[in-house]
Design a protein around this ligand. Structure first.
Ligand code: ADP
Length: 564
């Protein structure tokens, strides 16, 4: 079973939410990401460069931090060594006295010298041998806190080796007196004659180095951010030079596709974009000339059809008059001649209808059709047409019903053409309706009036329904025909509907019948919008649930057999 529905389609675009509505941002950004090549490329470039610059900055900051620390460490180690060596030289140069007072004086001179020789102002010395001695000078600390800074581990190491220097990172009191600053404490031994070895500690403040490091890190961040912004801006501008011509090319090709054959691209320079522009223009030139050729050819054909139809009219009128006359006298002929006269009469009539349709079509093609608008009630017009076709419907045993909940108020239309459309739709429905009831619906809404013709006959396959408006097209030549159509009826009907700014849509399903819906805008030149009558009828029931006897399956025409 094939179902088909052909309606006017309208491209819908989601309304762009304003940037002020922050809830619409994710959607807007996703839309921008999909639509804008420039936005996408700049965002990717920004993300990648930001990552690269961040890795470079972190690596540089770590390297600088390490280098700064190492050079400051070497500096303080050399400083502590120099002060220790100077103090040791002074101690070694003095004669061993064994005298407590002289030793105290010497110790005083040594501690002063340590202070002078070293850049550190936090110095401490602790006697290693804790056995009481009357001559040993007291432990010395330039500041009290240094005692707490020296860890037991560092003291053990210093005590273990008389020659080596040891160091440890510690927190030292900040210069300002509040809080702590990073620092290094360096320890080694100092040998006092007659008394023994002392642990000697120098604490250094590293806050200047850490300030330098902070400044460098800050600069690295600033430079990194400025670089990312600059790269973003540069890539935005560079991309503009590529995407703008691409955008122009896209717009121009859209215009070309819409039928503006004269549009061309501005071509500057000789780069790839210029080559693209030139090729595009060459393609447009060739397209324009070919379409012009085809249009000329089609014009010649149209003129030929129009001329031939016009030329045929006069002899055909004579032939029809003669055929009418012969037909009127057929009772006097022998049966064979009478049958021939009847056939001649019928075919001449058919020929005349075909010629009239051909002339009408050639008028559409020439664009010379003028609407004669008149305020008309579609419901009353439908009633008229149904009345005029009542006899034909009765001959087919068909009951035609009018359901008109709306559509009475007059709407500007060309009544002659609309009547022709309704007659055609109703004629087709009677012809293909298998004697079942036909429902003609007329309804309206704010923008449009519509008329639907629903039959419950044979219907059509989907691919057939799609071609129903094609010129000279007929669904199945094997179908029984009584009204003798030309295959041009629906094509003319669609042309008439479109002339009114309206639409003619079809739904059809094999075995379930067809539904044709004509929709006309209320004001000429207006947009019909959604039709008041839906094309797809959904379920097979009449208003009021009347039984159509559709429980009996419809006998479909047999598919043509294919010879083996
Ligand atoms: P014709 O003059 O042959 O009726 P139309 O353009 O009016 O030409 O219709 C084209 C073809 O569409 C018809 O030959 C018929 O096969 C098919 N058709 C039209 N209306 C119906 C309908 N209501 N039910 C089934 N087939 C239809």
């Amino acid at each position: 079973m094939g179902a088909a529905q052909a309606t006017a389609s309208s491209a819908r675009r989601p309304a762009l939410g304003g940037w002020r509505d922050w809830r619409a941002w994710p959607d807007s950004l996703a839309g921008l990401w999909r639509r804008s090549l420039r936005f996408r490329t700049v965002l990717i470039t920004l993300a990648l460069t930001a990552l690269a610059i961040m890795i470079a900055c972190v690596w540089m900051a770590l390297a600088i931090q390490n280098d700064l620390f190492q050079s400051r460490l070497q500096q303080v180690l050399a400083d502590a060594r120099r002060a220790t060596v100077a103090a040791q030289t002074t101690l070694d140069a003095s004669e061993p006295q064994g005298d407590s007072v002289q030793l105290q004086n010497l110790w005083g001179a040594v501690t002063t010298e340590l202070g002078q020789q070293s850049t550190s102002d936090m110095i401490a010395a602790f006697r290693i041998d804790r056995t009481p001695s009357t001559i040993a000078p007291q432990d010395f600390s330039s500041v009290a806190v240094i005692d707490d800074m020296v860890s037991d581990g560092l003291r053990d190491l210093v005590q273990s080796d008389p020659e080596k220097q040891w160091w440890q990172s510690v927190a030292v009191p900040a210069d300002a007196g509040e809080g702590e600053a990073p620092g290094i404490i360096v320890g080694q031994q100092l040998l006092v004659p007659d008394v023994g070895a002392y642990e000697l500690y120098f604490a250094y403040d590293l806050s200047t180095a850490s300030q330098t490091l902070g400044f460098i890190q800050g600069m690295l961040w600033v430079v990194g951010i400025v670089l990312v912004v600059l790269i973003g801006a540069i890539s935005w501008f560079v991309l503009r030079s590529v995407t703008t011509p691409i955008g122009e090319a896209a717009q121009t090709s859209a215009k070309l596709a819409a039928g503006e054959l004269g549009v061309r691209l501005d071509v500057h320079g000789e780069d790839e974009l210029a080559t693209l522009g030139r090729s595009f223009n060459a393609m447009a030139d060739s397209l324009e000339s070919q379409i012009k050729e085809l249009a000329d050819l089609s014009l010649v054909q149209q003129r030929f059809v129009s001329d031939v139809s016009h030329e045929l009219r006069t002899p055909l009128t004579t032939i029809r008059l003669a055929a009418d006359m012969i037909n009127d006298q057929r009772d006097e002929f022998d049966p064979t001649t009478a049958r021939a006269a009847e056939l001649l009469h019928a075919q001449v009539q058919r020929f005349e209808t075909l010629l009239a349709d051909l002339l009408e079509i050639s008028r559409y093609d020439a664009g010379s059709v003028q609407l004669e608008l008149e305020a008309t009630s579609l419901a009353h017009l439908a009633e008229d047409v149904i009345g005029s076709m009542q006899q034909v419907a009765e001959q087919h045993g068909t009951d035609v019903r009018l359901v008109a909940p709306g559509g009475y108020s007059p709407v500007d239309m060309d009544p002659r053409r609309i009547r022709r459309i309704v007659r055609n739709l109703l004629g087709n429905a009677i012809e293909h309706g298998e004697g079942r009831p036909i429902v003609v619906t007329v309804d309206s809404n704010r923008n449009a009036v519509a008329l639907g013709v629903r039959d419950y006959g044979l219907g059509m396959r989907r691919e057939d329904a799609e071609r129903v408006f094609d010129r000279f097209w007929r669904a199945d030549p094997s179908r029984r025909r009584t009204l003798g159509g030309t295959g041009l009826g629906l094509s003319i009907a669609l042309g008439d509907a479109r002339l009114h700014g309206g639409e003619l849509a079809v739904w059809s399903e094999l075995g379930r019948g067809s539904n044709f819906v004509l929709t006309l805008p209320r004001r000429s030149g207006g947009i019909p919008g959604t039709s008041p009558i839906t094309v797809d009828p959904g379920a097979d029931d009449l208003p009021g649930g009347e039984d159509l006897g559709l429980t009996q399956p419809i006998e479909l025409p047999a598919e043509p057999e294919v010879a083996p």
